[in-house]
Design a protein around this ligand. Structure first.
Ligand code: DGL
Length: 285
């Protein structure tokens, strides 16, 4: 089984792409609805919450956990991979945790993650790439640093959308969500001196849920990178190299949806964005 962890509903955008790509693969999704949103929390808290979520998914039988959350990945992935996991028995038992920033940077720069020095000739050498994310994702500077390592002349326009993920979780009206999206785009456009970005990364897994609003208000020349598809491509590649993470079947069904919060509320909110049939259970049950 493969675990997918997110602060709440956002990871469902990634999960949807994964279940479409791997129809036979058992997945367990854990949304930390009791603590969502993560985006404005202190880093240490995000690390602790993410570690707790990953451990829970390991205990449930997931050998591989994908952090389907940019904030958790940007703030916690490296700490968990390099400091926490190696000191646990999980590592020896072959468990692993991966994030979603690396594949997104690879796609945005057309450069494999392992390549950390500029390669010439380079595509997109002087492009502008806009990154929209939570306060903590943008403050981590991970996207800008990793893109510039590979493409130093690319201009990275980083834009905090601090209230958007929370507003999506709260099921706020389309008009309110649109106002927040427009404010974010205006901020990025100001930073770019009015020049349209060549590409936009919706660097929060909640944001594909309002991608139509980004599309409506971004310049038509700006291509929105589809992070869920990028992550599905990357996982396909990863699993082809590490087939033992695939697993055969999941006890209780192919897809389990767990929440740290109120299952009825999580299921109802998920329905707004992902249609019927998504039924969360509390992780203690
Ligand atoms: N969905 C998450 C992300 O990709 C976090 C949003 C939040 O909880 O603030 O950043």
């Amino acid at each position: 089984m493969i675990g997918v962890f997110d602060s709440g509903l956002g990871g469902l955008t990634v999960l949807r792409a994964l279940t479409a790509r791997f129809p036979e693969q058992p997945f367990v999704y854990l949304g930390d609805h009791a603590h969502v949103p993560y985006g404005n929390r202190p880093s240490e808290e995000i690390i602790d919450l993410t570690r707790a979520g990953v451990e829970h998914l390991f205990r449930r039988g997931c050998k591989l956990v994908l952090l389907g959350c940019n904030t958790a990945t940007a703030v916690a992935a490296r700490r968990l991979q390099t400091a926490w996991l190696p000191a646990t028995a999980w590592k020896a038992a072959g468990h692993n945790v991966v994030g979603i920033v690396a594949p997104t940077v690879e796609a945005a720069t057309q450069t494999p993650w392992a390549v950390t020095t500029p390669q010439y000739p380079q595509k997109f050498l002087t492009d502008r790439i806009a990154v929209f994310g939570t306060t903590r994702t943008i403050a981590s500077n991970v996207y800008a640093e990793e893109i510039r390592k590979r493409c130093p002349k690319v201009t990275v326009l980083q834009q905090v959308c601090s209230e958007l993920a929370g507003a999506i979780e709260e099921g706020e009206t389309e008009a309110d969500l649109e106002r927040l999206v427009v404010a974010g785009i205006d901020g990025a456009m100001r930073e770019a001196g009015g020049e349209p970005p060549h590409r936009a990364i919706l660097g929060c897994t909640h944001f594909p849920l309002v991608e139509h609003l980004f599309r409506r208000h971004l310049p038509s020349a700006t291509r929105i990178l589809s992070q869920p598809e990028i992550v599905a491509d990357s996982l396909e590649d990863y699993l082809s190299r590490h087939p033992h993470y695939k697993g055969d079947s999941a006890p209780g069904g192919r897809l389990q949806l767990l929440t740290t919060g109120d299952p009825e509320e999580a299921s109802a909110r998920a329905r707004v964005f992902a249609g019927d049939g998504l039924s969360f259970v509390h992780l203690g049950s």
